[in-house]
Design a protein around this ligand. Structure first.
Ligand SMILES: Cc1cc2nc3c(=O)[nH]c(=O)nc-3n(C[C@H](O)[C@H](O)[C@H](O)COP(=O)(O)O)c2cc1C
Length: 186
């Protein structure tokens, strides 16, 4: 596949086949992804892969987080179960974690570099038939989720990537035309 085709055909995937993703493939794709541009070469990232039974830890953390947002006991249970169900069948999670640099400008540049890394990863995976969705749902900021992943104070979860072999590839949402977006200054 040409790069142009990979960029255009990649989609965010929410439904996955019940097939595990090989860890060595993911490790190799992450290694390649780290060749992202990075001002001052801070390399602020690390990765936490969650597979097998450990996935249920994240599902349980999500149950606790979602339940905690409701007051009514019945709604609590339902919200918790919805949260649990959203995560329980995800074949693999890759949490991309970034050091939060005390300098705000470096922190912003680090976030940009980490985002470039995630896009690298997503495109490389797509080339191998592996799909993902970059999730920034509320619980990535919660104590429950952070503790379940072993994320330290001073670290930001930039994305919880749900990774697996696509079961359904959604129709793309249209992009603005380049004519709308481009200003040329001669
Ligand atoms: C920083 C970032 C955070 C995202 N967080 C979520 C999310 O929490 N939930 C979700 O459904 N999609 C999330 N997405 C995926 C977007 O919804 C998706 O990229 C967009 O709808 C375009 O679809 P496509 O990726 O298939 O082209 C996120 C994307 C980015 C870049």
């Amino acid at each position: 596949m040409k790069l142009e085709q990979i960029i255009k055909e990649r989609r965010s995937i929410k439904r996955f086949k019940d097939i595990p993703v090989p860890l060595d493939t993911i490790q190799s794709l992450l290694e390649t992804s780290t060749w992202a541009p990075n001002h001052k070469m801070t390399q602020p990232w690390r990765f936490i892969v969650v597979q097998g039974d450990s996935r249920l830890k994240l599902a349980e953390a999500t149950r606790a987080f979602m339940a905690g947002k409701e007051k009514d006991p019945e709604k609590k249970k339902e919200a918790g179960q919805r949260g649990y169900n959203k995560l329980k069948d995800v074949p693999m999670f890759v949490a991309v974690v970034m050091d939060e640099n005390p300098n705000p400008m470096t922190r912003e540049e680090d976030y940009a570099a980490t985002s470039a890394l995630i896009q690298n990863f997503s495109l490389l995976a797509w080339e191998q038939g592996i799909g993902m969705i970059w999730e920034t749902y509320g619980m990535i900021h919660s104590t429950e989720f952070r503790e379940a992943l072993g994320v330290n104070p001073g670290e930001k979860i930039v994305g919880s990537l749900h990774v697996g072999y696509p079961d359904m590839i959604p129709t793309p949402r249209p992009r603005k035309s380049i004519e709308q977006l481009l200003t040329v200054m001669n």
